[in-house]
Design a protein around this ligand. Structure first.
Ligand code: SAM
Length: 248
């Protein structure tokens, strides 16, 4: 059988495509791309002429079947998305499920992801974090989600679209707290890269005043909630640990 390679591609700077990723993209028989035109530009930049097949959220079931078939015929396939690591807020989940179910060999070609790039420079705790991907687009649903995350103690990582960045930071300030530290990573690895760590009210002001332009691509990293001090907010484990010494 062929191997299904899952290949990370650059999130802005073409030089971030690793030599091994280039070699795999050149050697496989088929590149499964989220957007064949976009990936076409990447491939042609490196003089790679491998055939492509589209795999996006609207055709993932059918495309996966074809790819599993190709693997069965001994042809290797590389899955890529538009940018960064496939399956991280990108298509590919069904394909990987089917590949495992069909007993195919899978292999990651690791590389860029906006999630890890942002965390690596955010200056916030990284020992435990939750990746929350994109928040709901509608304000009410977004606020409900943020309210559910209010007491999460792990660092939170979000992707956000440019036209919602200001509204989302404002909602975070209102719900998670104005003084909570957060980081905005804008246009990472690109010409207008910007990395800012500040309390949420300050980030909201910078967005309103244009100090952080609402342009480009954004990752938001938010400090986890401090350990609760209100008795009502204690989780059962903490409560029991605190009560234990007082028990007879
Ligand atoms: N699979 C990709 C990855 O591994 O990073 C993420 C795909 S997701 C559809 C696209 C989102 O990732 C953007 O809306 C933005 O939030 C974030 N993103 C991608 N590239 C970025 C960059 N260069 N700088 C900041 N954020 C970026």
């Amino acid at each position: 059988d062929g191997t299904l390679f899952v290949v990370a591609t650059p999130i802005g700077n073409l030089e971030d495509l690793s030599p091994r990723a280039r070699q795999i993209l050149r050697e496989v028989e088929l590149v499964a791309s989220e957007d064949t035109r976009r990936t076409g530009r990447l491939l042609s930049h490196f003089g790679i002429r491998t055939a492509q097949v589209a795999l996006h959220e609207h055709n993932e079931a059918a495309a996966s079947e074809r790819i599993i078939e190709a693997l069965g015929e001994g042809r290797s396939v590389a899955l890529v998305s538009d940018a960064g690591t496939p399956l991280i807020s990108d298509p590919g989940y069904r394909l990987l499920r089917s590949a495992h179910d069909a007993g195919k060999t899978v292999s990651p070609i690791p590389g860029p992801s906006a999630l890890v790039a942002a965390l690596s420079v955010a200056g916030l705790a990284t020992d435990r974090f939750c990746f929350e991907g994109f928040l709901p687009a509608k304000s009410h649903a977004r606020r409900v989600r943020l309210t559910a995350l209010k007491n999460e103690q792990r660092t939170l990582v979000f992707y956000e679209a440019v036209h919602r960045i200001s509204a989302t930071i404002a909602d975070m300030r209102d719900i998670l707290g104005a003084t909570r530290d957060a980081f905005i990573g804008r246009e990472l690895s690109k010409l207008h890269e910007q990395c800012v760590l500040a309390p949420l009210d300050n980030l909201a002001e910078k967005l309103a005043a244009g100090g952080i332009p609402a342009k480009g691509e954004f990752v938001i990293v938010v400090a986890g909630a401090p350990e609760s001090v209100e008795p009502g907010g204690l989780d059962t484990d903490t409560l029991l640990r605190r009560l234990a010494p007082l028990m007879p």
